[in-house]
Design a protein around this ligand. Structure first.
Ligand SMILES: [Zn+2]
Length: 145
């Protein structure tokens, strides 16, 4: 196993399967992992952050939520300036719906990005675990790719 130079501070044995199952029954622990061998928790954390960043800004690396928020802001400025058309106002309604959906999908992608980390170390780092995301399995996730 390659060294990462964090071992002295961050290398530790992951919690046992029994501990994870008893304390976090909604997270399926990683059964394939040798839990008697210490591993670098910081490297796992960095990998989870990297996956979450990609999940938030999926290829082609456009943050859809921010893009929709900018479009909403633009139309609101037109409305404030009293130059918005009827179409602009209709677009605003659609954009609000798109924003809600985009936020929900981003939240789900971020949860999925953190899951491998939680399956090793348990939740506690990263975003709050949304039980509802995993209750019904993967049917909720439409990657749209
Ligand atoms: Zn490391």
């Amino acid at each position: 196993m390659a060294t990462c130079n964090h071992e002295k501070t961050y290398s530790q044995v992951p919690p046992s399967l029994t501990f994870l199952v008893q304390n976090y029954p909604h997270i399926a622990p990683n059964n394939a992992l040798d839990r008697s061998t210490p591993r670098c928790k910081l490297c796992d954390l960095i990998a989870a952050h990297d996956r979450a960043t990609i999940a938030e800004n999926p290829p082609p690396h456009i943050n859809v939520v921010e893009q929709i928020e900018r479009d909403i802001e633009l139309i609101q400025e037109l409305i404030t300036a009293d130059v918005a058309t009827k179409q602009d106002k209709e677009d605003l309604t659609v954009l609000h719906e798109q924003l809600r959906d985009a936020i929900m999908l981003a939240d789900i992608r971020i949860q999925v990005a953190w899951y491998p980390y939680w399956a090793i170390w348990g939740p506690g780092d990263g975003p709050e675990v949304l039980d509802t995301v995993f209750d019904d399995g993967e049917d909720l996730i439409d990657w749209g790719i």
